[in-house]
Design a protein. Structure first.
Length: 420
């Protein structure tokens, strides 16, 4: 007799599944779940969960709202004088603002590391646009006959490649300095190669007769080199070199394009051509002085009535000073300062060097551009034609700026994610 009783084997009835089938079904269910998890993990590589930095978002939206209000106030006399709808500048800018906010929110959900993966494509794609604009552009000329090659016409709108180039340069250099590691301390990798890539962009922008864009592009490149770990002595040499170049330029202004030469002369000689070369900056100073401490009131500027040339563009902050006064202008500058400081905080909390470099580059762009614009309208530096972020009229500039704000929010969202 057997020591143990063996249970009788049970055969499945018709329509029933065997235990093996049950187990295989479970395996299939498990494999199906694993595939689902796999797809979710793949999706999570590009889509970020969690919340972004609310204070930064609030500062962006506040500056955007104030900028749109001031653009409406500053632009309607010029629009009316040009025979357009008085609200034409505002309507176009508001439309780009809506699209830009949507782009910012969408970008805040996308993992910023995608720019590291495709940094080379982004750089050379923008490089191609900077080449195209030299041959296919809108017809714009300065009074001296110099041709501006800054905008590509696309149907009813125009597109400014240099705005894309700013972000492309920031993304490319951020990825580059992450990739080279300790080689950053060598001359070839830390100085020469980055300067070549920066110089390629600056050279193309200079050929557009866009000196202010070239200056800003070089400053952004230098900022990424600094945070990327390039030896500090190169920056002291750079400062000495810039001072030497500035001295030579002021001594021999005729070596530059005619429109730049006139701006340099107008800066050094305050009595030069008050109805021409000094017209815009003189009336900008009148507007700032007229504002006093509390301003003349929103919408009550007199200098925007064809005294300050193109008040909706580079000199819009002079209208802010006139209408809102010293207090209003100070509030706007404090908001910009808070945005820059918050950007630095987000960069310090980033999970990787690429995210940190990316945010610092974008933050440097806002800070440098704002500082140069204020220096121009106060006649502290020559008129370089640099726009004020969130305020100056320009669809491409506003759209790209809000897109970059989305990139910063993406970095902040990634930093806020909990580690699983």
């Amino acid at each position: 007799m057997a020591d143990r009783l063996t249970p009788p084997m049970r055969y499945p009835r018709y329509g029933e599944e065997s235990s093996d089938n049950h187990s295989s079904g479970k395996k299939r269910e498990k494999s199906g779940n694993s595939r689902e998890v796999f797809h979710k993990s793949k999706l999570s590589e590009f889509i970020l969960l969690g919340g972004f930095d609310i204070p930064y978002f609030a500062l962006v939206m506040l500056l955007l709202a104030i900028g749109l209000v001031m653009l409406l106030s500053a632009s309607y006399p010029t629009a009316y004088f040009n025979g357009e709808n008085s609200y034409s500048f505002f309507i176009k800018q508001a439309a780009f603002a809506v699209v830009g906010v949507v782009a910012m929110l969408v970008m805040s959900k996308i993992d910023y590391k995608i720019f590291k993966k495709y940094a080379n494509i982004i750089y050379f794609g923008a490089f191609g646009l900077l080449v195209i604009v030299l041959f296919y552009h809108t017809d714009m000329q300065a009074a001296g006959g110099d041709e501006f090659k800054r905008y590509i016409p696309i149907g009813p709108i125009t597109f400014q490649p240099s705005e894309v180039g700013k972000f492309a340069l920031i993304a490319f250099l951020s990825a580059y300095f992450c990739r080279i590691g300790n080689k950053v301390h060598t001359f070839a990798y830390g100085i020469f190669i980055p300067l070549v890539f920066i110089g390629m962009y600056c050279g193309l922008v200079a050929l557009e007769n866009h000196v202010s864009g070239m200056i800003l592009m070089f400053a952004l490149g230098a900022a990424i080199m600094f945070v990327g770990g390039t030896r500090s002595w190169i920056f002291w040499l750079g400062v000495i070199g810039v001072i030497a170049i500035v001295m030579v330029v002021f001594m021999f202004p005729d070596m530059l394009p005619e429109y730049v030469e006139k701006k340099l002369i107008a800066f050094t000689d305050k009595t030069y051509d008050p109805l021409g070369g000094r017209w815009q900056i003189n009336n900008s100073l009148y507007a700032i002085g007229s504002g006093g401490f509390f301003g003349v009131g929103l919408g009550n500027s007199k200098q925007k009535y064809m005294y300050v040339s193109e008040p909706q563009n580079d000199f819009i902050f002079s209208i802010v000073c006139e209408e809102l006064g010293f207090i209003g202008a100070l509030v706007v500058l404090i908001l910009f300062a808070l945005l820059v400081l918050r950007g630095i905080q987000i960069a310090m909390k980033a999970r990787d060097k690429f995210g940190s470099y990316l945010v610092l580059g974008i933050t440097a762009q806002i800070g440098i551009q704002t500082a140069l614009n204020i220096l121009v309208i106060t006649d502290s530096i020559p008129n370089t034609g640099i726009s004020l972020p969130f305020f100056s009229y320009g669809g491409t500039a506003l759209l790209m700026l809000l897109f970059e704000m989305g990139v910063v929010l993406s970095v902040s969202r990634k930093a806020n994610q909990r580690k699983v």
